[in-house]
Design a protein around this ligand. Structure first.
Ligand SMILES: [Zn+2]
Length: 328
């Protein structure tokens, strides 16, 4: 099948069976973790539905006039809607345009498709405006909301969409797929663990030099305990990864350290590729200090939704981490 991710084939077949029976709902809400391929799926679905000669499995032919227009970004019956460039929020004007678009007549095969991504980026006026569109569905129109955080959507929007949930793929399947995308010397398993099982996020991390950067970060992090590194300088190294990402990594490392402390050097850990470094760190700390640091990470995790100064938060965490070593 063209371009469909291997762990999405069953979901695809289910939706296509409904499309053939004209039983597709007018609004779908695709949910699941960041990096499992929801937007890819939404795009393949739009292509398949708008194609003039779809294949037997419902995927787009890639050859017809409609497919050509889609590839060129100029199909009149398709829109991909998101926050304006350099903005994080989808404003009401953008969503009003969705309603206006559905009011037009389909120019090709009777279908119109709009993808809203990420749907949780809509502000309240935008979400209210979308609600109106959802309440008055246009025949042949399909609205696909792509969302990693459905709890941030209005409940009234959630209830008017049919939810399609994307879980994390099986580890073996994800690793096999990643290996096909990566150069042979990249550790696909480590990358996937780092991305918490989300294959597309793993791929992105690789493009951003995630594995190599992580080796440096863990070395500096250990250096803090030994008094070799300066917490403010180390915090500056973390900044490009953002606070949310940094907290995920630190959480995963500290959890592994607790496992090593509790079950010994043979403990099953997530960050296998950092095993030696983590074992060295574990020897410098006691469990109490590790749990105290974990609490701090959790606390910052709760605060990330607020307008937190990321640099200060990272500095605070690195200073606290250095103190952990002295606490023994
Ligand atoms: Zn086609």
């Amino acid at each position: 099948m063209s371009g469909l991710l291997p762990w999405q084939i069953d979901t695809w077949a289910g939706l296509m069976a409904r499309a053939r029976g004209e039983r597709l709902p007018h609004a779908l809400l695709l949910t699941g973790a960041e990096g499992v391929g929801k937007l890819d799926f939404a795009t393949r679905l739009a292509e398949g539905l708008l194609c003039q000669q779809p294949r037997d499995d419902g995927s787009a032919c890639g050859q017809c006039h409609a497919c050509g227009l889609l590839a060129a970004g100029s199909h009149p019956d398709f829109r991909l809607v998101g926050p304006p460039e350099d903005k994080k929020v989808i404003p009401i004007d953008t969503i009003r345009a969705v309603g206006e678009f559905f009011a037009l007549t389909s120019q090709y095969n009777g279908r119109q498709v709009i993808i809203v991504h990420p749907a949780e980026a809509m502000n309240l006026p935008a979400a209210s405006s979308l609600l109106k569109t959802l309440e008055e569905p246009t025949p042949g129109a399909l609205l696909i909301l792509v969302c990693s955080c459905p709890s941030q959507l209005l409940p009234t929007i959630r209830s008017r969409c049919q939810q399609v949930a994307f879980g994390l793929p099986e580890c073996a399947q994800a690793v096999a797929w990643l290996r096909e995308q990566l150069l042979a010397d990249v550790d696909a398993e480590a990358l996937l663990a780092l991305a918490e099982g989300a294959p597309l996020a793993a791929l992105r991390l690789n493009e951003e030099g995630g594995l190599a950067a992580r080796q440096t970060l863990v070395r500096q992090w250990a250096g803090l305990l030994e008094g070799r590194e300066d917490p403010l300088a180390v915090a500056a190294q973390w900044k490009p990864w953002g606070l949310v990402h940094s907290l995920q990594w630190l959480n995963s490392w500290v959890t592994d350290l607790i496992r090593l402390k509790s079950a010994g050097p043979d403990a099953a850990i997530s960050n296998k590729d950092l095993g030696a470094q983590l074992q060295n760190i574990a020897e410098r700390l006691d469990l109490k200090a590790l749990y105290a640091f974990l609490d701090q990470l959790t606390e910052y995790g709760r605060l990330t939704a607020n307008n937190l100064n990321e640099q200060l938060a990272l500095e605070d965490l690195m200073i606290a981490w250095r103190r952990s070593a002295l606490r023994r």
